[in-house]
Design a protein. Structure first.
Length: 417
């Protein structure tokens, strides 16, 4: 039996023209083409990378260096110096070094440790008895010249009659008792027998700024290796006033110190600028630093005379500019100048009758207002002005007595040997 064809609805039947299109498509279907894949060689990629790198470098250079010529670039691309540390931003004159680790290496050979001299030991003495222990160290110092002349402070060498051991960077122990004390400060010059040491440079006091990051160099008490700290110099002129006795000063003693914000208690520890110039030495008390200008004056005097000689004027006084700050200024004496007076706890007179000032007629109660043309005030202290004069020079002293201004010539004497 033949199968019957499936009936087709006229609604689902394709039109005659569509049937012809389908039959034509089935007889010759269209050709499907493969996609084109583009391949680059390794050389081409390397060239692209180099071009991109060079373009970035040129753009960065334009932005960085263009800020100096076109400041408006900084508003678009930011400030290139924002991440520069405080070490280089605190001052250009006596700081200025961005590579301070190299500076430390350079000046480390000048920093020495000062120890109590060990007693001579016999052949039967133990090895430990010959060692310099951490507790034997008295302080630090700095070698200034090629032939072994150095400087420290008196608290590092309290007995100038006893020999001390000076240990250098290469751990050589030099024994010495060649000391020269400064009569106007706590500085002590010493000499060791070595040769060929680096010569240290001095910072210029007028180039120091506040605040300024400085280098404090020390030596480990066991290994003698150098260690460095970076405190800030926070004051160029400060005085150590503990009680009323400290308010009365002498023309024969320097009273001004630099001040750092460190808690260093090591006498003689040196302070340098970041470019390796000596700024001063720690006294070992409350961050006080003896200014390098006092060191330079002592060295100059020693080179000329073989001793440290300072001027002798022969008075004790109250600095009225300092007393004003402490609300102690006598109204009748004015707000500046040096009031010749003594400390009530001592029997020493305000004016040495046998000294230059006493012989010239100055008396207790006088207020010195000027030395030559220098007016005494917070920036010009009597002791500093007197010590700045040439040895044995004659100065004109202007002073007030009983409301009258007078002047008198005074010839300075010298102290020190």
């Amino acid at each position: 039996m033949k199968a019957k064809p499936i009936p087709t609805s006229p609604k689902n039947r394709l039109p005659e023209e569509k049937v012809a299109e389908v039959e034509a498509f089935l007889k010759s279907p269209p050709t499907i083409t493969q996609p084109v894949i583009t391949r680059f060689s390794l050389g081409f990629l390397v060239v692209c990378l180099l071009v991109s790198f060079l373009a970035g470098a040129v753009s960065a250079s334009v932005i960085i260096f263009g800020r100096e010529q076109w400041p408006w670039l900084g508003k678009w691309f930011g400030n290139a110096n924002q991440e520069i540390s405080v070490i280089t931003s605190t001052g250009r004159k006596e700081n200025g070094s961005e590579n301070y680790p190299e500076t430390v290496k350079k000046i480390a050979k000048n920093v020495v440790a000062i120890y109590v001299r060990q007693n001579s030991v016999g052949q039967n003495a133990g090895v430990l008895e010959q060692l310099y222990l951490p507790g034997d160290r008295r302080g630090l110092g700095v070698l200034l010249t090629e032939d072994g002349l150095g400087v420290t402070v008196k608290s590092a060498i309290p007995d100038l009659k006893k020999e001390v051991a000076v240990i250098t960077d290469d751990k050589t122990v030099y024994l010495t008792k060649q000391f020269i004390s400064d009569p106007a400060s706590d500085l002590v010059l010493f000499r060791i027998s070595g040769k060929g040491f680096p010569v240290i440079d001095f910072a210029e006091s007028q180039n120091l700024i506040i605040p300024q990051t400085v280098l404090e160099l020390s030596r480990q008490t066991t290994t003698q290796t150098i260690s460095a700290a970076l405190p800030n110099l926070i004051a160029l002129s400060t005085r150590h006033v503990v009680d009323r006795e400290n308010l009365v000063e002498s023309t024969e003693k320097f009273v001004n110190f630099h001040q750092t914000n460190s808690d260093i208690q090591t006498p003689g520890l040196p302070v340098f600028s970041l470019n390796g110039k000596l700024v001063g030495l720690h006294t070992g008390v409350d961050g006080e630093v003896i200014p390098v200008g006092i060191v330079a004056g002592a060295l100059e005097s020693y080179n000329k005379t073989g001793a440290i000689t300072r001027n002798y004027f022969g008075v004790k006084y109250l600095d009225l500019s300092l007393a004003k700050g402490l609300l102690l200024s006598p109204a009748e004496a004015g707000e500046n100048g040096a009031l010749l007076t003594t400390n009530d706890t001592t029997n020493r007179p305000a004016v040495d009758p046998k000294g230059p000032a006493g012989r010239a007629g100055l008396k207790a109660g006088d207020v010195i207002t000027k030395i030559n043309d220098v007016t005494l005030n917070e920036g010009s202290i009597l002791a500093e002005v007197i010590q700045a004069q040439a040895n044995r020079s004659t100065v004109t002293v202007h002073y007030e007595r009983s409301g009258k201004t007078q002047s008198v010539p005074v010839t300075l004497e010298t102290v020190g040997k």
